[in-house]
Design a protein around this ligand. Sequence first.
Ligand SMILES: Nc1nc2c(ncn2[C@@H]2O[C@H](COP(=O)(O)OP(=O)(O)OP(=O)(O)O)[C@@H](O)[C@H]2O)c(=O)[nH]1
Length: 346
Amino acid sequence: MEARRRLDEPRSQFWLMSLRCCMLAGSVDVAFFFIFHYLGSPILAWVNVLSVPMYATAYWALLNRRNRLAVRLIWIEVMVHAALGSLLIGWDSGFHYYLLMFIPALYAGNRSFAWATFAVFCLWLFYVALNITTRLVEPLQPISDGALQGVYLFNLTTVFGMFSYLSLYYMLTVKRAHRDLKRMATTDPLTRLFNRRHMVELANQDISGSDADGARLAFLLMDVDHFKQINDQHGHDCGDQVLSQISQLLQATLREQDYVGRWGGEEFLAVLPDTDSLQAQQIAERVRMAVADHDWGRHGLDAPVTLSIGISQYRSGEVLGNSIARADAALYASKHGGRNRVEVAG
Ligand SMILES: Nc1nc2c(ncn2[C@@H]2O[C@H](COP(=O)(O)OP(=O)(O)OP(=O)(O)O)[C@@H](O)[C@H]2O)c(=O)[nH]1
């Protein structure tokens, strides 16, 4: 049960990328098998045959969340492959380039910076030791100069391709994460409307614009009537559904240039640019009726949900807090006037 739950959890981008790398590396090894057979280097050809099941096992391990096993298999494969390739046909085969691909992976996959740096240092030692050994020892199974050049170009091109792919993937992942963070910082998770902080930011921008060019600006402060009763009688989940539905109705009823956000628990704020209080009143009436006329029976309610709305018109030079306070006073009057009403601040 525990294992199943863990398998269902979303994977981090790093492991998804590792899955793709396993597939890619396995395919390259299949190509190598034929290349080395053709070049008359049977030992290297069979090394590649061994590499394919190692990548297949690493792929299976990653799919089954056995990340440690997968990482070990990949490390062993790449290090043994790079060492054997370099010792059998020489340093100029370019097999050592594959080792360099571990450097970004070590930093991206390790939580500890110190541990990643230590692992990179060990990798560097291995790299240098391999380089010195191949300078001191003749290739054990040399191939012709032309073939060596061909293998070198193949390895170089593969490493270039894989690095480009990884960099592109990494960049797209960072961009996506950045977009998600921005969305999370500006929207309310329940209603998917702008949150209060973002509304303040946007409204202040409109206020500056209005002060600069004299454009009119109106605010609608809306509060769900007797919302506590809905929660008490039908449960909190039903209350949440009502808030989501109201948000959809608000978005559908307001004009394209207007924007709306969740101001508090069951309170919403809409900002209407280029709008005088008469137009704001008409829009508020449209919103009020859209909510009151909605088929609330579908949500298990036996009475319609209604909104009380207070309107204020921005006065040149005043701060946002003042405009909202006047809308709030109008909202208060609307509640006291019997609810399901629209009032305009004096
Ligand atoms: N389900 C749900 N309830 C919420 C949420 N945020 C605030 N509430 C509830 O909204 C209710 C607001 O109640 P009140 O401030 O008494 O207002 P009301 O019952 O709507 O009465 P009036 O405003 O006077 O018409 C409280 O019971 C809060 O717990 C939310 O995100 N989800």
